[in-house]
Design a protein around this ligand. Structure first.
Ligand code: B12
Ligand code: SF4
Ligand code: SF4
Length: 346
């Protein structure tokens, strides 16, 4: 089996990018330990627990000889959050609008692994991961030539930009590696200057505890009071440091019919008030099988309540007072609602 054959099969299965990284002690793999030591992971204990395994893919597959890195573009033609002027708009990160990428990409990868086993015989050992495995995906993607790690810490492909999910197949097949991608950030600093919370503390280094993506997705219980105002309209995740990036300035092609990344109706440009007024049952249905499913309805409500308080949008505040769905009575949600009304002088 050759690298070229693997890439051709990956393209047939719908992957937009495929490159091969060698297995090795890349210096970038060492940054994780320093990053953790600075406390940048916050509550994400799973990163600390798996740090040793993340230092080398041979920890998950001792016989590993190559990493097939895959990229899947998830952009759609909807406007960027930086183009939406309404104060009462609820901003949801575009990766979360459509189908759960873990499921979509896992299915495609499992077909690729099956094909590799058929081609390579019973001796082929392979582990496939998308996001949740103990692999530093951006480092391998960079060494596979998919793109460089930009100052906003995202992997950027010179032709496709950075709206790309990463996934990989670690295997014992000795595939011919690609050349690593070269940094093309040049003198630009737009992402650092645009981050609403200054979370990119120095080029290429993100303090997750200040990132809106962490604050709205990773924090399991109550959002720290001192962070709530900064959340603004960001109801789930944040895309600002990618939206301002010149490598994402090119308009996307027309949306493919049936693209799994198109927004579900509830998440297609909603206002904060409209999200809050959506009944629990409808929210539950909209979250089912989406990348936000793990958040559950109550955590989404927690975030939406913060958006109402942080923006002071009158319709959103009215909605907080009117609606009484079961998840509004959750003690954590109720506390965030109380905060929102209080901070706006209600
Ligand atoms: C934890 C995590 C987060 C955390 C921390 C993010 C971060 N930048 O560290 C939070 C919750 C904040 C987050 C947010 C987002 N995430 Co996330 N996340 C992850 C996860 C699970 C682990 C990343 C990790 O190990 N971070 C620790 C740091 C050290 O590692 P790193 O991000 O790979 O960092 C590299 C650079 O920061 C740089 N670096 C670090 N320190 C130093 C020091 C020096 C001196 C230098 C030069 C460089 C340097 O090199 C690092 C590699 O060592 C990965 C999946 C995976 N298994 O890899 C997805 C992943 C990185 N996330 C992804 C996405 C899509 C997002 C969001 C866009 C979601 C959203 N819209 O809300 C945002 C983007 C925010 C951002 N600018 O990064 C994608 C990124 C795809 C891409 N094109 O890059 C990934 C790869 C998931 C996937 N399979 O597609 N995420
Ligand atoms: S995702 Fe948003 S908050 Fe996080 S680093 Fe990027 S711009 Fe800042
Ligand atoms: S905004 Fe500029 S500095 Fe930031 S990642 Fe994009 S090109 Fe690099």
């Amino acid at each position: 089996m050759t690298s070229g054959e693997v890439k051709a099969r990956a393209a047939e299965l719908g992957f937009d990018l495929c490159g091969i990284a060698p297995v090795g002690p890349f210096k970038e793999l060492g940054f994780l330990q320093a990053w953790l030591a600075r406390g940048y992971a916050g509550e994400m204990d799973y990163l600390r627990r798996s740090a040793e395994r993340r230092a080398d893919v041979r920890a998950v597959l001792p016989s590993a000889q190559s990493v097939v890195c895959l990229g899947t573009v998830y952009n759609t033609d909807r406007p960027y959050s930086t183009e939406i002027a309404e104060r009462g708009a609820a901003l949801i990160a575009r990766y979360a609008w459509g189908e759960d990428y873990h499921e979509v990409i896992e299915r495609r990868m499992s077909e690729l692994v099956t094909w590799m086993r058929e081609r390579g015989g019973p001796g082929v050992e392979a582990r496939a991961y998308v996001d949740t495995g103990p692999v530093q995906e951006r480092v391998y993607a960079q060494y596979a030539g998919l793109g460089w790690i930009g100052r906003n810490t995202c992997v950027i492909n010179p032709d496709l930009g950075s709206w790309i999910f990463l996934s990989e197949i670690v295997s014992n097949v000795p595939l011919e590696p690609d050349a690593p991608a070269l940094d093309q950030c040049g003198t630009c600093r737009l992402c650092l200057d645009s981050c609403p919370t200054g979370a990119i503390v120095e080029p290429y280094v993100l303090d997750a505890t200040r990132c809106l993506s962490y604050l709205t997705i990773e924090i399991k219980d109550g959002i720290p009071i001192e962070e709530r105002e900064a959340i603004g309209r960001h109801a789930y995740g944040c895309d600002v440091c990618q939206e301002v990036c010149p490598w994402n300035a090119q308009p996307p092609g027309p949306d493919a019919t049936g693209s799994p990344w198109l927004p579900r109706a509830v998440f297609d440009g909603p206002s904060i008030a409209a999200l809050w007024r959506t009944p629990d049952a409808d929210l539950r249905q909209a979250l089912k099988g989406s990348a936000m499913a793990r958040a559950g309805v109550w955590r989404l409500r927690r975030n939406v309540a913060v958006c109402a308080g942080a923006t002071g949008d009158a319709d959103a505040l009215a909605a907080l007072r009117e609606v009484d769905e079961p998840t509004c009575d959750d003690p954590i949600v109720a506390e965030h609602v109380h905060w929102a009304l209080e901070v706006q002088g209600d």
